[in-house]
Design a protein around this ligand. Structure first.
Ligand code: CP3
Length: 350
């Protein structure tokens, strides 16, 4: 019997897929009533993340409704600081809160030896999800693991929460690059360990979320974004050469080109500001592309959604590409709009 092909893995391995694959960042989340129900049962966001049965259900929820070609592991980028020993809480409606790091002395609290034990429930979620994908006949859906890229994770570790400009982090990196480098090195090492265990548990591709790459330019982009990402890429290529890596340098503008050329990623995720004609011309001979529907168009639905999808298809048709959003699904998005997106993309010829 022929093995079922997974279109996402075809694109990431530079083979022609049988259809244009799609998945959506934050496809498992609050726009789904069945997510909100499990989230309420779990009590807190981290309880949900660290409960392998519930977390694998959440991972499966959008697949059962819409049949995406990629199932993104249900977890969060901030489980890495949590596992290292930095206190992380998610308060309802408020976003994450961490006990902010204020100086190099605080790094003593961060312990790389805790990563594998603390994150064991996540690895079990991966095993359970692979089993559910198999037993529920989603044979063409690939399971995608992820972590935050070191700069983005460090932003939360230093700031203690989300922030508009992440000024404390930028100041630390500028005023004391030696100590900031130590923090980046710890997060980079933790990410390599974490992704390796995700791969051992069964993820078939990984995505590195660099949500805050728009904060840096020039040498700083090179040092804090490209160099650590390259280290992770090199580590993964050494030990797991068959696992493709997607990098998502959100809001990086033209810096995406250096990112694509210098980090060893196989695919670049584009945000909604990216110029697709430019990306098709400059990037697509080097890396596969993923993106970049504006989440607000998915929220809007109707002709705006259809036109947004058509524009992406016109620009990237025939290139190796995965349809996704430019950022995560907005929580008010009607599920019917996601269904519409799935129907439209399913109708696209490769
Ligand atoms: O469906 C998926 O994409 C898989 C799971 C996933 C989550 N977060 C679940 C989540 C993934 C891949 C992430 C990545 C993530 N987490 C990023 C990178 C992508 C991006 O959004 O830029 C970042 C920066 C975080 C950190 C984070 N987690 C923040 C800032 C917040 C609060 C803001 C918000 O959207 O609520 C979260 C919470 C979070 N992570 C939720 C979910 C489903 C909502 C929590 C809830 O249910 O209350």
């Amino acid at each position: 019997m022929n093995e079922i092909r997974k279109p996402i893995l075809d694109v990431l391995n530079k083979r022609v897929p049988e259809r244009v694959p799609f998945w959506l960042m934050r496809q498992a989340g609050r726009y789904l009533p069945e997510y909100r129900e499990l989230r309420n049962q779990a009590g807190s966001f981290l309880n949900l993340v660290y409960d392998p049965e519930k977390a694998s259900e959440v991972t499966m929820q959008p697949i059962r409704r819409f049949g995406m070609d990629g199932a993104i592991l249900f977890s969060d980028i901030l489980v890495v600081p949590d596992a290292l020993g930095q206190k992380v809480v998610f308060e309802a409606g408020e976003g994450p809160k961490l006990e902010a790091l204020t100086s190099e002395a605080d790094f003593r609290e961060l312990d790389l030896d805790r990563i594998e034990r603390h994150l064991a429930p996540v690895f079990e979620t991966i095993q359970r999800t692979r089993e559910k994908l198999r037993s529920e006949n989603f044979g063409s859906t690939a399971l995608i693991g992820f972590c935050g890229s070191p700069w983005t994770v460090a932003c939360y570790m230093v700031e203690g929460s989300g922030s508009r400009d992440f000024a404390k982090t930028k100041n630390w990196a500028r005023e004391n690059p030696e100590s900031f480098q130590k923090l980046i090195n710890i997060v980079t090492a933790a990410s390599c360990l974490y992704l390796t265990q995700q791969i051992n548990a069964g993820v078939e591709a990984v995505q590195l979320f660099e949500s805050h790459s728009g904060l840096l330019e020039g040498e700083e982009f090179e040092r804090w974004i490209i160099a650590p990402t390259h280290k992770i890429g090199e580590y993964l290529k050494d030990f797991h050469a068959d696992i493709p890596v997607i990098g998502f340098p959100r809001l990086a503008g033209m810096n995406v080109l250096d990112y694509a050329l210098e980090t060893l990623v196989d695919c670049v995720g584009l945000d909604q500001n990216a110029d697709l004609a430019w990306a098709a011309k400059e990037l697509s001979s080097h890396v596969a592309l993923q993106g970049n529907l504006d989440p607000e168009l998915l929220l809007a639905g109707g002709p705006a959604l259809d036109a947004g999808l058509e524009k992406i298809y016109a620009a990237l048709k025939g290139k190796p590409f995965i349809l996704n959003l430019g950022h995560g699904v907005i929580k008010e998005t009607p599920v019917e709009h996601v269904q519409r997106l799935a129907n439209v993309v399913r109708g696209w010829a490769v």
